[in-house]
Design a protein around this ligand. Structure first.
Ligand code: ZN
Length: 317
């Protein structure tokens, strides 16, 4: 049984440009599973692509809105400026060699804050870290022929928030989301939920002055897990009590969500674990077909016609 920290990250959602390059990169180069092919429920002329482990477990998920004409974004204060995945303790060398073979621009692995990290960029320039995490018991997706299961990406590890100031963001992470400081390195502070294992970590990098531009190759929002709707409602009431603007509970088909901004400006979401990605297609077929929520299904023909066709590697075992 895959062991998942019950109060960690749920997913990270980012902005891409070309959907086909995005699918090719995350499924082939990085070996994640495309677990859902749907549309942005708030703008159904755009795909919403979900990548994760076999089932699309919470804390394994990176999702994208591919907007083909969007300009390249710029990192800055009030943004999530790095997304880290965990890989087995001895796998970074293997991944570096793989990226070189694929002709990708990847840095040499380095030691940072007592972790070994391999940093690279996706086709839209988005910064992804692979972190060697020996204690991560999650199994990852082993459905890609040329990525041995022993090296497969395990799931999300951490996100880095770049902020002007540490304290206001730190207060929200600790007081509202129940995180505690698990490490400090220079100005950078690390916060962890429920003991702070891989998949439940947030790094805050303060002292970033300039605002960025949220566009292609940047993160749109970070979602945290709510074990159930009751917990999410409690968090929603708590936010309202603190005078934080928070949305109503939204039906995202695969989870229920609320959204709010942390004091530095990063958009946060809280998302329930249930019902998950098998709610509208069998586990074996996740991601192979365009799925729409019931309220968009009547417009399927129009919606599908407006989306670019995707080529998927569905024959990969
Ligand atoms: Zn989201």
């Amino acid at each position: 049984m895959t062991q998942v920290n019950p109060h960690g990250l749920h997913h990270v959602t980012a902005i891409a440009t070309d959907p086909q390059s995005n699918v090719d990169f995350y499924t082939r180069a990085l070996g994640l599973r495309l677990v859902k092919q749907t549309v942005n429920f708030d703008a159904p002329d755009t795909y919403h692509l979900y990548y994760g482990d076999e089932q699309g477990s919470p804390a394994s998920l990176l999702t994208f809105f591919p907007w083909p004409d969007v300009p390249r974004g710029r990192q800055g204060a009030g943004m999530t400026t790095a997304t880290a995945f965990s890989v087995p303790g001895s796998s970074l060398g293997w991944w570096h060699e793989r990226f070189q073979k694929l002709g990708m621009d990847a840095d040499q692995p380095v030691s940072r804050d007592e972790e070994d990290v391999l940093t690279f960029r996706d086709p839209d320039g988005m910064v992804i870290d692979l972190v060697a995490s020996a204690g991560d018991q999650r199994s990852g997706w082993d459905g890609v022929a040329d990525i041995p299961a022993e090296h497969a990406v395990r799931g999300l590890h951490a996100v880095t928030l770049s902020e002007r100031q540490l304290d206001p963001s730190a207060a929200m992470l600790t007081e509202l989301l129940g995180m505690s400081v698990t490490g400090e390195d220079g100005d950078r502070a690390r916060f962890g939920m429920a003991g702070g294992s891989s998949g439940a970590l947030v790094d805050v990098l303060p002292g970033v002055r300039d605002r960025g531009l949220q566009a292609g190759g940047t993160v749109h929002h970070v979602a945290f897990r709510a074990p159930d709707l009751t917990t999410m409602t409690t968090w929603q009431q708590e936010l309202l009590g603190r005078g934080v603007a928070v949305t109503k509970i939204l039906d995202r088909q695969y989870f229920k969500s609320i959204y709010f901004r942390e004091p530095g400006g990063v958009l946060f979401e809280i998302a329930t674990d249930a019902p998950g990605f098998s709610v509208d297609e069998p586990l074996l077929e996740l991601g192979r077909h365009l799925k729409l929520p019931p309220w968009l299904e009547p417009n399927r023909e129009q919606i599908a016609a407006a989306l670019p066709q995707l080529q998927l590697d569905v024959d990969v075992p």
